[in-house]
Each structure stands twice: as C-alpha cells, then as structure tokens.
Design a protein around this ligand. Structure first.
Ligand SMILES: C[S@@+](CC[C@H](N)C(=O)[O-])C[C@H]1O[C@@H](n2cnc3c(N)ncnc32)[C@H](O)[C@@H]1O
Length: 275
C-alpha cells in the first residue's frame, strides 16, 4: 500500500491540504476543462437525476454536476469534515446534501441512484475494487458511474515518486475494476491540464460504465460490521509509523506542486510567445 493510500492518512492529509486545495491544487492538476470532459461521460442529461459525488471534497466536480442536475437531487459524500466544511461555504452548493462517509461503504440503498460521480479520490482508496462494486450496487439498472483518476506518469522519477505516494493505477486496472464490478459499455477518455505535453504518456482518465441489471455487484466484498480502519485504536508503535508515513507521503506529494507550477508557467510563456 502507498504512503497516503490509507483512510486515516488521507484524513490528515486533507486536514491540511484543504486550506489551499481550491486555490493552489485544482488550477494546476484538475482544471475546469478536464472536469467538463470527464462529466460528459457521466451523461448528466436530465435535471432530476438522483446523483452522488463520492470523494466530493470541496465540491469542484459537484459544481459541474449542479450546472446540469437539480442541486436538491445531488448528494456530496466525503470522509474529510474539513473538505466538506469548505463545500458548505460555497453558495452554488447550497441546495446539495453533504454527508460524511466512506467510498468503500456507501450510505445509499441498493438500486437507489441514477448517476455516480467520483473524481480524484480513487488515489486514496485502500480497496478500489470494493469502492467500484459499491458504485455499482447503489445505481439503478441503466444508471451510469463515472470515475476520474490519475494514470502512472511517463517519467521514471515522477513515476517512482507517484507510486510511493498514492495509487496511480494503469488504465488496464481501471477497466478491470469496472468490468469485474459488472458494468457494461465501459468507455474511457484521457484528460489532462493545458501544461501536459502532447505526445507524453496520458496524464489521467475518466472511465464510465452502465449498470445492466438490479442488485449488488458480482465483485461485492462488503461485509456487514467489518471493523473500520479509520477507527482502529492507536498504539504508540502505530502512531510513530503513521507519523513517518504521513510525513514522507506528504513530502512526495508536495514535490509535484513546484514541478506542475513550472510546467504551467512554461506553457503560458509559450502561448504568449506564440500569440
Ligand atoms: C483530490 S480530492 C478530490 C475532490 C473533488 N472530487 C474534486 O473534484 O475536487 C480527494 C478527496 O477524496 C476524499 N477521500 C479520500 N478517501 C476517501 C474515502 N475512502 N471515502 C470518501 N472520501 C475519500 C478526500 O477526503 C478528498 O476530499
């Protein structure tokens, strides 16, 4: 498991990252154009679609959802109270229900939703297959799940860093998780910020699939009453290991910010020179 691919570490990571998430992280790594391209796969074609945004954070993707779906039909779910608190401060998200919860154990009934959206959260899930099986379970037959997530960087040093930090699954893994969960008509679209060089390895993807039949996923591994890792008691040894993993993981993640900022600056300069 990667350094931050753990619920408790992700919780603390977002305790701090939440402070600058909208201002510094999204404009570099997850832009409005990428969001629009990913949400196209979610087929948000009616305002009454009962929709959940899972790992919704401060609501950047949810803002794209409520541009097409009645906010009263949308639920944001996140395990971080700090991220959700920022979403609460956004007037555009006023009518949206906001719940604390776990992507791997969704608080929705079987066959309840029309659409499931999750963007940039899979990186932190200890068991992505379990979460994608949950996406399948909570959708109605004919419902669509769309998930966006990163791909392994092409540069070997960046890939090492990414791999140590959190989950950057290859495209084949995303496809396998969707197909094993039971989704039909699985489709993929590559997405990237403007600074990403054309011809470089793909940066991220959006993947979508349709639920063909009612009921739980054939890949469902949810066991009622399973002890929640987030609530495991903290011994001294675990606290020390946790602090070390958390510091190393955050440092590996933080190194991406100046790299992306430099590439974005180079891209802007090139555009200005070309204009
Ligand atoms: C990079 S942010 C993405 C936020 C948002 N989807 C967006 O488009 O900006 C990742 C979010 O996933 C949440 N998260 C991580 N693991 C989770 C889990 N197991 N269940 C629910 N949320 C989770 C984090 O708290 C964080 O808010």
């Amino acid at each position: 498991m990667r350094l931050i691919q753990h619920k408790k570490e992700a919780y603390w990571f977002y305790r701090f990252l939440s402070l600058g998430y909208d201002r510094y992280v999204n404009p570099l790594f997850w832009t409005a154009r990428m969001r629009a391209e990913a949400l196209e796969l979610a087929r948000l074609d009616r305002p009454d679609l009962r929709t959940a945004d899972v790992g919704a954070g401060t609501g950047f993707a949810t803002e794209g959802v409520v541009a097409r779906v009645d906010p009263a039909r949308v639920t944001m779910l996140d395990q971080s109270p700090h991220q959700i608190a920022r979403a609460r401060a956004k007037p555009a998200l006023d009518g949206v229900e906001k719940v604390l919860g776990d992507a791997e154990d969704l608080p929705f009934g079987t066959d309840e939703l029309d659409r499931y959206v999750s963007t940039g959260s899979i990186e932190y899930w200890p068991d992505p297959q379990r979460a994608i099986a949950e996406a399948y379970r909570v959708l109605k037959p004919g419902g669509v799940a769309m998930l966006a997530g990163p791909l392994p960087p092409g540069n070997p040093i960046a890939r090492r860093l990414a791999d140590a930090w959190m989950l950057f699954p290859p495209e084949a893994a995303y496809r396998r998780w969707f197909e094993r969960a039971g989704f039909d008509a699985v489709s993929v679209r590559h997405i990237a910020p403007d600074w990403h060089r054309a011809g470089a390895a793909p940066y991220a993807l959006a993947i979508a699939g349709t639920k063909p039949a009612p009921g739980a996923s054939p890949a469902s591994t949810v066991v009622a009453g399973r002890p929640e890792r987030l609530q495991e008691p903290m011994t001294v040894g675990r606290s020390i290991r946790f602090a070390g993993r958390f510091a190393a993981g955050s440092l590996a993640g933080a190194l991406f910010v100046p790299i992306a900022a430099a590439l974005e600056a180079r891209h802007r300069l090139g555009r200005r020179r070309g204009a």
